[in-house]
Design a protein around this ligand. Structure first.
Ligand code: AMP
Length: 469
């Protein structure tokens, strides 16, 4: 086909990364409209045959980052399954993760005649042995049971050309590292390897050096784990109540340096206007402001002359101000992962920090998504919603819908033609995908919230400890 400007322009999203045909359709069906950072960074080199060493966590989109290129390669080579072999092997530390990975692969591989299998400890091995007897395209396994099956001759890894080690640091924590080494030695010599780990302790680097060939390093902001120093809670409040709840909260002098996140630029402007009206010293930072205005706001926040900075998500990754005491989510982010970036502004470098999320009952689904990503249940520390349900209060529901629509329309106007966002002024260079966020390494444990301590005026008081889900 002759490439014209028109049809090259159509190459967006995953197509631009080299994914095509049925797999490209599968990304659309799965709702993966825009590739995530890890996918942008890992898919092209992996498709090109390079090993990939990634610092990334569950929640970053890494399953599709390794699955899409592997499936592309398997499809390109056609059916060549040999008995008791696996063409690709994905090792995961836990059963839950292995099950989740296999599910994702099945969704992406729908209609491609790709066979997948799971090998896990703690469940019957005979059905697993039966499933792999004719050979499979993609095997997802935990290291212990796989080692047993290899030892007993139920599977050979000699034909395995793609190897993925997922959550390698957790495999280390769980004592699987020797099994992993043995498995990596047993696969085909000309294997292509991807290794993902939330942190890179020396043992993992050693393992990578031992089994990988000149890997491409990819790294994305830490996802899915919240810094252990951050105390998190939810205050239930209807949209109309949120402004007052926020102002009441800010009466507490302990909230000395606060960043408030709003979902939209116009929403952020409104929050600042209301705070100023209530006598607070606040500044706003988002893409509609000039570089000068933003810098002024940020400098003021940094030197303490501005106590409250109101921002939208694009600012979350760029702001590194030490000593932020509180992060307030005025509303839940559209992308659950943004929550982690937002709250990561506080509790940095070992300091204590508090993150409070104001949640309208209508935002319940978004809250649950956040809880899934951070793998813990957030405690409700106060509830101001002693009013009728907006579903049964058409006037309130209508007013909220109109307010939301106004914000969305305002933000749409801020985009260029075709919905392309105008270039952000000034944050782009700081939105590095490069460094893990948060102050401390992932410790392999879910959760990590701490109980609220002491009395916090305006916080609704008496919070229960955040608990792991
Ligand atoms: P993972 O880190 O692979 O566990 O992915 C985390 C979540 O992100 C999963 O629920 C995926 O379905 C979802 N996801 C992965 N890639 C994308 C994408 N490009 N767009 C939207 N969601 C995605």
């Amino acid at each position: 086909m002759k490439l014209t400007i028109e049809n090259t322009a159509e190459l967006t999203g995953f197509a631009k990364l080299g994914i095509s045909g049925q797999l490209l359709k599968a990304t659309v069906t799965a709702g993966f409209d825009v590739p995530k950072t890890i996918q942008e960074q890992a898919i092209p080199p992996f498709l090109a045959g390079r090993d990939v060493l990634g610092v990334a966590q569950t929640g970053s989109g890494k399953t599709a980052a390794f699955s899409l290129p592997i499936l592309t390669k398997i499809v390109a080579l056609g059916t060549r399954r040999l008995p008791k072999t696996a063409r690709a092997l994905i090792l995961a530390p836990t059963r839950e993760l292995a099950v989740q990975i296999e599910e994702t692969i099945r969704v992406l591989a729908k209609g491609l005649h790709i066979s997948t299998a799971l090998v896990l400890g703690g469940v019957s091995r005979s059905s697993q042995v039966r499933k792999i007897a004719p050979g499979v395209d993609v095997l997802v396994a935990t290291p212990g049971r796989l080692t047993d099956l290899v030892r007993e001759g139920d599977i050979t890894l000699a034909e395995t050309r793609w190897l993925v080690l997922d959550e390698a640091d957790r495999m280390l924590d769980m004592g699987f590292i020797n099994d992993v080494r043995r498995i990596a030695k047993a696969v085909h010599r000309d294997k292509q390897t991807a290794l993902f780990s939330a942190t890179m302790p020396e043992e993992i680097e050693q393992l990578a050096r031992g089994i990988m060939k000149d890997p491409v390093h990819v790294e994305v902001a830490k996802q899915g784990t919240t810094a252990a120093e951050i105390t998190q809670g939810v205050v239930m409040a209807r949209l109309k109540q949120k402004r007052k709840v926020l102002s009441d909260m800010l009466a507490d002098a302990a909230m000395s340096s606060v960043i408030v996140f709003a979902r939209t630029k116009h929403g952020a402007d409104r929050v600042v206007r209301d705070l100023e009206r209530d006598g607070f010293n606040a500044a706003v930072i988002h893409g509609n402001k000039s570089q000068n205005a933003r810098q002024k706001a940020l400098n003021g926040f940094r030197d303490g002359s501005v106590r409250i900075l109101v921002a939208i998500d694009i600012a979350a990754r760029g702001i590194d101000v030490p000593g932020i005491s509180h992060v307030v989510n005025f509303d839940l982010p559209d992308e659950a992962e943004s929550y982690v970036h937002r709250i990561g502004r506080t509790g940095r470098n070992g300091a204590d920090g508090i993150a409070i999320t104001l949640c309208d009952p209508a935002e319940g689904a978004k809250l649950r998504q956040v809880e899934r990503i951070i793998r813990m249940k957030l405690p409700i520390t106060a509830d101001h919603t002693g009013q009728p349900d907006p579903q049964r209060n058409p006037a309130e529901a209508k007013e909220r819908a109109a307010e939301e629509a106004r914000d969305r329309a305002g933000d749409r106007r801020d985009r260029g033609p075709g919905g392309i966002r105008k270039p952000a002024q000034g944050f782009g260079h700081k939105q590095h995908a490069g460094k893990p966020e948060g102050g401390r390494p992932h410790n392999g444990k879910p959760g990590g919230g701490k109980p609220f301590r002491g009395k916090r005026r305006g916080f609704g008081g008496g919070g229960k400890p955040a608990r792991a889900a």
